[in-house]
Design a protein around this ligand. Structure first.
Ligand code: COA
Length: 337
């Protein structure tokens, strides 16, 4: 198990200058799922807090959703697509295995001078991208970065497996990072962690070079999410609590200083357990898992954008972002707005 700490050693301070998100129009409710698998609205709601999720339209790709979220973040930051220098897309559902989804996004938004690549850290990926971008700007190598979490999980869900198909949704969220000047807000601290020994708990076993999809195995749904739910649940609570506490401490703060907690939106029971342990008032926690389900790398990014646009984050507020996902991976950051 490894844990990488980082707090302010990235050179110049870096801030979030804009956020954006995009959700596909199509809504799939728990009642819709009752028609697909043996499940019920009552089971899904009580075990997960999810009431509905979004599903991308036919032909709507991860890169399309990513670009739409990115354009909104750029508009809010007042930066033209052509002036973007770095694009990092975090996704486990790329348009293609290669090239990176970020390359397609570069074309969609006309960021033709940018460097663009993907990060694969599952649900923690947006915060991994945040940390990479922070150091890239803080070191002086880039002046700005567009970071995006985007997923089309509907393409990697086994729609006959009730253990997983009720949990996930599609969508994208984005943020623009720039150098912090004149007393603007800044990213105060960040923590990343990985435990590859637990890789089997949550994965997509097929479709990679370890297990290509062949005519012989094509009927086994190997290119779909597979999960040991209870084990993942336990690890998620412990890792997110630790990551949150570490980021708060690295920022020189206590939980009482945090105006808003934006946790990964996987399951309301995981969120409740963390909030309980951190002793944060529940009104200071942002929740939208009921509307979108688990959108993996997009979840924290979408929640951050919604919280920001709803006026729940004001200048000077300290916001805690914390996530957990396949890998296993976990990540946290404290941002002063
Ligand atoms: N509808 C109805 N019943 C379902 C069901 C569904 N959609 N999915 C599973 N069940 C059944 C199981 O088959 C099992 O039945 P059995 O006892 O007859 O075998 C029963 O419900 C209990 O299953 P269990 O897995 O013990 O339930 P749980 O309380 O652990 O809840 C999860 C399941 C997946 C909701 C929960 O483990 C969880 O949230 N884990 C974390 C998942 C996650 O967030 N992953 C992403 C992390 S980034």
């Amino acid at each position: 198990m490894s844990q990488v700490a980082s707090n302010g050693s990235s050179g110049s301070p870096v801030r979030i200058a804009g956020t954006g998100s995009y959700l596909p129009e199509k809504i799939l409710t728990n009642e819709d799922l009752e028609k697909l698998v043996e499940t019920s609205d009552e089971w899904i709601t009580s075990r997960t807090g999810i009431k509905q999720r979004r599903v991308a339209a036919e032909g709507e790709l991860t890169s399309h959703m990513a670009a739409k979220a990115g354009e909104k973040a750029l508009e809010q930051a007042g930066i033209d697509g052509a002036d973007v220098e770095l694009i990092i897309v975090s996704t486990i559902t790329p348009d293609t295995l290669t090239p990176a989804t970020a390359c397609y996004v570069q074309q969609h938004i006309g960021a033709l001078k940018s460097v663009a690549f993907d990060v694969s850290a599952a649900c923690s990926g947006f915060l991994y991208a945040l940390e990479i971008a922070r150091h890239s700007i803080g070191s002086g190598a880039f002046n700005n970065a567009l970071i995006i979490g985007a997923e089309k999980l509907s393409a990697f869900v086994n729609w006959t497996d009730r253990n997983t198909c009720v949990l996930f949704g599609d969508g994208a969220g984005a943020a623009v990072l720039t150098r912090s000047e004149n007393g603007d807000g800044r990213i105060l601290s960040s923590r990343l962690g990985t435990d590859g020994a637990q890789a089997e708990l949550l994965n997509i076993p097929g479709g990679g070079s370890a297990c290509p999809i062949t005519p012989e195995n094509a009927d086994q749904n190997l290119a779909s999410l597979a999960m040991q739910g209870r084990e993942v649940f336990k690890h998620a609570v412990n890792a997110m609590k630790r990551a949150a506490e570490d980021a708060i401490e690295s920022a020189g703060l206590t939980a009482a200083d945090i105006k808003l907690v934006i946790p990964h939106q996987a399951n309301i029971r995981i969120i409740d357990a963390i909030v309980d342990r951190l002793e944060v008032p529940s009104e200071n926690v942002f929740i939208n898992v009921d509307k979108y389900g688990n959108t993996s790398a997009a979840a924290v990014a979408i929640a951050l954008d919604e919280a920001h646009r709803q006026g729940r984050i004001e200048k000077g507020d300290k916001v805690l972002l914390v996530a957990f996902g396949a890998g296993l991976t976990w990540a946290s950051a404290v941002v002063e707005w």
